[in-house]
Ligand binder design. Structure first.
Ligand SMILES: [Zn+2]
Length: 169
């Protein structure tokens, strides 16, 4: 994963399984959460008791951790899309293909406008709208090229406008 992103892992990260209630006060099945700071930790919720989901979610969260450790500043949903790509790639076989088929089946468009959404705005959306925004960002990242995003991030060319241009829309 570090090789794909072109970053070098400089620190260790702790991974903990925790009760879902400890993950941002969540009350339902939760995937992972990542804390930043001098002593970063990845918290995995009850979904991760299932081995395939654990592999996928842990890879997703490690993706976030690598990107933060490298000091990248991608728009929220672009970082999310790249983390998701890594989760799907390093997750169980077939996950990535299933996601791409889902996007094609539902005719999700790559919409650069979703990159303006921050965490709070995204959380305020209805679940179905949030899901479409996340999938749209994934479609956008795919259009830019997943391997190209780390290059843009390393060069600091990650404004919404620059990503929009990179997608050639
Ligand atoms: Zn994420």
């Amino acid at each position: 994963m570090a090789t794909f992103l072109g970053v070098s892992p400089s620190r260790t990260v702790k991974v903990r399984m925790v009760e879902d209630e400890l993950l941002n006060g969540a009350t339902r099945m939760t995937p992972g959460a990542m804390l930043e700071g001098d002593d970063p930790e990845i918290y995995l919720g009850s979904s991760c008791l299932e081995p395939d989901l654990r592999q996928y979610i842990l890879a997703h969260e490690l993706g976030h951790w690598h990107m933060r450790a490298a000091g990248w500043s991608l728009p929220h949903l672009m970082e999310e899309a790249l983390a998701e790509y890594l989760g799907l790639c390093f997750g169980p076989p077939g996950y990535l293909r299933a996601r791409i088929e889902e996007i094609e089946r539902e005719q999700i468009e790559a919409d650069p406008a979703v990159l303006y959404l921050d965490v709070k705005q995204l959380a305020a959306l209805a679940p179905s709208d949030r899901r479409r925004a996340v999938l749209s960002a994934f479609a956008l990242a795919r259009r830019i090229g997943f391997q190209r995003i780390p290059e843009l991030a390393a060069a600091g060319r990650t404004s919404v406008e620059e990503l929009h241009a990179a997608a050639d829309l």
